[in-house]
Design a protein around this ligand. Structure first.
Ligand SMILES: *Cc1c(COP(=O)(O)O)cnc(C)c1O
Length: 353
């Protein structure tokens, strides 16, 4: 057997590009257009570099306490990881080990099937309806676990707490993971359900609403027993994933929640204005509760429009995938960026429809 035959061959997740185009308008990876809290600047300036000699506190106890306090949970209900992608990877590894398939929507975060393939887990996708809503009955069938983002990505559609409770009640013997990467942009978090259902795990990221994609911080929240198993798996993999500097920066961000709330409110306002203008241009605009919109135009091809925007230096996201290849996912940027986008779209449609 050659070494090539002994490999674990996987097809990796492909993240949105980080192109080096001057003056581009970057609306492809749902980053926050506004910088993080300015308090973080002070924290970084005051970092004692001698501390970097030592391993960081592996449980990030101060950060964990601050997060528990912020989410109204106990410390032992909080898991901290290196970006929510890592938290998700550890979550799949910890909780989804039954014989039945893992369930998630057919149109969703495309990292989920990648984790399943990596771990050689069975999965089954449930088909969203024509309006991209999840049929709750589809989550009532034998499974090893259930995961979905709320709001869903890349559709932006939000399910309410009744929906989530129905899924939880009908799956008492599976962990149900709700990936709340975009919940701060107008949705209602299901964190208050954690103390009611021991099978709920909620994951959040500091990359989007907190404008901290560069530090890589994600959290999982759940009952103490579930979270302790997640820590066991993490500590069997890498016991020091959150570095000292990240811990200090994240603490400052949590303490300046007002700043996050103001920036989210601004993004929501821009999103609603953008939705309205896109509708006026004839786009189909599902009702997004995230910091992006997922849109298509009946008269122009999705791939062609994606390329035309790119030529103009406006980078959005497009997938050559069944059911969604006519859609573009456009991150909500600043008002000026959205005005430039809308101006181009109007011109393009005048010429090409
Ligand atoms: C962006 C995103 C993540 C990953 O966030 P990181 O914390 O930056 O790894 C997870 N889930 C969904 C649905 C996302 O869109």
């Amino acid at each position: 057997m050659t070494w090539q035959e002994k490999l674990r061959k996987v097809e990796p997740y492909v993240a949105g590009e980080q192109p080096k185009i001057v003056n581009m308008i970057k609306l492809n990876t749902n980053e926050n257009p506004y910088g993080p809290s300015l308090k973080i600047q002070e924290v970084i300036k005051s970092i004692d570099i001698d501390k970097l000699r030592l391993y960081p506190n592996s449980d990030a106890v101060d950060l964990r306490k601050a997060l528990a306090n912020y989410y109204h949970l106990e410390d032992e209900q909080v898991f901290i990881g290196n970006g929510s992608d890592e938290v998700l990877a550890l979550t799949f590894l910890t909780f989804f080990n039954g014989k039945e398939p893992v369930l998630f929507p057919d149109i969703t975060y495309s990292f989920y099937p990648v984790y399943c393939d990596l771990y050689q887990m069975d999965y089954k996708t449930v088909k969203l309806d024509d309006d991209f809503k999840i049929n709750v009955e589809d989550f009532i069938q034998p499974n090893s676990g259930i995961i979905f983002p709320n709001p869903n990505a890349p559709t932006g559609l939000l399910e309410d707490l009744d929906f989530i409770e129905t899924v939880l009640k009908n799956n008492p013997n599976s962990i149900v993971v709700v990936d709340e990467a975009y919940i701060d942009f107008g949705g209602e978090s299901c964190i208050p359900l954690i103390n009611k259902y021991d099978n709920l795990v909620v994951i959040q990221t500091y990359s989007k609403s907190r404008s901290l994609a560069g530090i890589r911080l994600g959290v999982a929240l759940g009952n103490k027993e579930a979270i302790s198993h997640l820590y066991d798996v993490k500590n069997s993999f890498n016991s020091y994933p959150i570095d000292y500097i990240t811990q200090q920066i994240a603490l400052a961000s949590i303490l300046d929640d007002q700043d996050t709330k103001q920036k989210c409110a601004k993004i929501i306002k821009t999103r609603e204005k953008t939705k309205q203008k896109l509708k006026e241009l004839g786009f189909v605009v599902p009702d997004s509760y995230a910091n992006f919109v997922f849109v298509k135009h009946p008269d122009v091809d999705g791939q062609e429009l994606f390329m035309a925007l790119r030529k103009e230096g406006i980078i959005v996201r497009h997938w050559n995938k069944e059911r969604i290849d006519q859609y573009l996912r456009i991150t909500i940027g600043t008002d000026d960026q959205m005005d430039a986008l809308l101006e181009f779209l109007e011109k393009y449609l005048r010429k090409n429809r």
